[in-house]
Design a protein around this ligand. Sequence first.
Ligand SMILES: [Zn+2]
Length: 297
Amino acid sequence: MILLDNCPICQDGNLQKKFDCIDHSTSKEKFTIVSCETCEFNFTNPRPENNLLEKYYKSDAYISHTNNTEGLFNWMYHTVRKYAIKTKLNLLKKVSVRKNHLDIGCGTGEFLNACKISGYNTKGIEPSELARKQAINNFNLSVNEKTELDQFKNNEFDSISMWHVLEHVPSLHKTIKGLNRILSDNGKILIAVPNNKSWDAGYYKEYWAGWDVPIHLWHFSQINIEKLFNKYNFNLVVKKPMLFDSFYVSLLSEEFKSGRKKYIKGFTIGLISNIIGMLTNRGHSSTIYVFEKNKAF
Ligand SMILES: [Zn+2]
């Protein structure tokens, strides 16, 4: 296990245990979330060694299942996914008209393919073999298995997306420094992460699906993700709620808490969270942040 003695954002060593969470998706093992006393950043601590994390990821059968379009639930899943891809693409077009785009953790390639059709020169990174093969075979995309950013040249990309990926990367500092190096001046990075200050996170506490231990190593709020990127000379330029995530996360959390699928309750909590997210500064269950790279670093 890897045990951090300091907060990776503010370096403070005063870490308090928040609570234990169960890995509901795969191992059923228990992991501890700690909170930094100074900046309130939460992270999974201790966590499995990097080479042992792989076994906690959902199996390849999961990917095959989610590409199945039969049944009402799958139909809904695919409709929401289509809408989410369109929303993300519109956001990318709005913030970056320049053309070289990298999608880190591109999965089976649906978003990257939409970028390619819109005229972006695309590259992807995807460590899962089955997902990567689907992206390459279905859409003829350029997707690399290797996750290290040192494979790319300085200023190679005008925009980079990481949809629910940053919370999984073992080294935040190495990754964000690498993102800064491979982005062109004023280049944009689009990041979606769960927000542990959302109302649904507070309601479900240790049962909140957004903790997703141990594969979610870092648990961001709007305040500390901005602080982290400011350290690497990025400015926050856009913040956008992911409204469907509140429902999905609440349905899943409800199941973790009660052991049963409770659609109406999950939907209600998701709805309340979205309304509170709109009316207060707590934010939504998941948020997309767009950071711009400042010129001089
Ligand atoms: Zn801290």
